[in-house]
Write a protein that binds this ligand. Sequence first.
Ligand code: NAD
Ligand code: TDX
Length: 332
Amino acid sequence: MDRVLVTGGAGFIGSNFVHHLVRETDAVVTVLDKLTYAASRDSLAGLPEDRVSLVVGDIVDAACVDPLVARHDLVVHFAAESHNDNSLSDPSPFIQTNVVGTFTLLEAARRHGTRFHHVSTDEVYGDLELDDPERFTEATPYNPSSPYSASKAGSDHLVRAWVRSFGVRATISNCSNNYGPWQHVEKFIPRQITNVIDAGRPKIYGAGLNVRDWIHADDHSSAVWAIAQRGRTGETYLIGADGERNNLEVVGMILAHFGRPTDDFDQVTDRAGHDLRYAIDSSKLREELGWSPRYGDFKAGLEDTIEWYVAHQDWWRGDKARTEAAYAAQGQ
Ligand code: NAD
Ligand code: TDX
């Protein structure tokens, strides 16, 4: 497996995965990316040209996808519309890219017998109560809340059907919330870090008690590669690093890093249908494939990430004003 097609490889996690492949393997990588607002060519800068090439194209476009899938041994499918808030304002691109795009890739994988790994999210399982002792496992029933998570759930079901009905050699991973460098400023952690760098206040939706299970993007990448190499066809693996924190705790850590009081934030309009808590039990991945996260300590990973945003202001400033204007128009 040395020719790898990475869809969405110019996005936050996809680009992290491309760097992982270049560092840790001999694979030759093609990135297929539409370069939406969420993509960054900079995230791929400096990679060796004989190892990594970029094709600008849409995963919904079968004429583009088919010949690419035909000449690769493995497809790792990250491309998606990924932001819940955007899916509430306009669900349409989520259905196109996440559902129709995944269908288009699966049809190509079926035609050419290409191994396929589908990158998905823990949000397909809905949410947990704050005091629920259970965490999500591979056996948790699907119960998505938002247009984003419903579109990802739909794509997971397509992958499962293409495995069972057509024998496509596919695996699925469902990962918890990622953080790290190169994440778009629309997302929670980069939004709050960059607000504080700009001497503004973090913006918390509602009471801020919602819990997310944070994992560093480097750890997501190593897990995806372990599954792509050694995962059993047709299986789903949950990826998580035991990083449960509520939103108030995360904002408090960011404010404390900059020497600001930990209650120096604004509470803004809550997200419609806001999922309360996500929590992952990743025992199957750890026991079956021997994977473990490098960032066992969320605080250490968050500190590294804050320093990265301090040092890369040229990268995120271009998107910051437009993103904040859109949030302000929604009372957020
Ligand atoms: P992102 O929004 O940062 O990047 C998505 C990339 O996909 C961008 O480069 C974009 O240009 C590309 N893309 C979008 N539509 C496309 C299309 N039609 N054709 C080709 N390329 C297209 O997203 P991310 O946070 O890196 O997420 C990557 C994957 O991981 C997604 O499938 C997401 O559902 C999943 N995931 C994300 C998280 C998270 O916390 N961010 C957690 C679990 C799973
Ligand atoms: O300004 C904000 N204030 C706030 O309180 C933003 C942007 C978010 N939030 C809250 C909402 C969530 O409880 O922070 C939490 C995290 O929000 P997001 O960064 O938007 O992530 P989430 O909705 O949990 O989804 C993320 O994890 C799962 C990714 O965006 C998805 O792509 C992934 O599937």
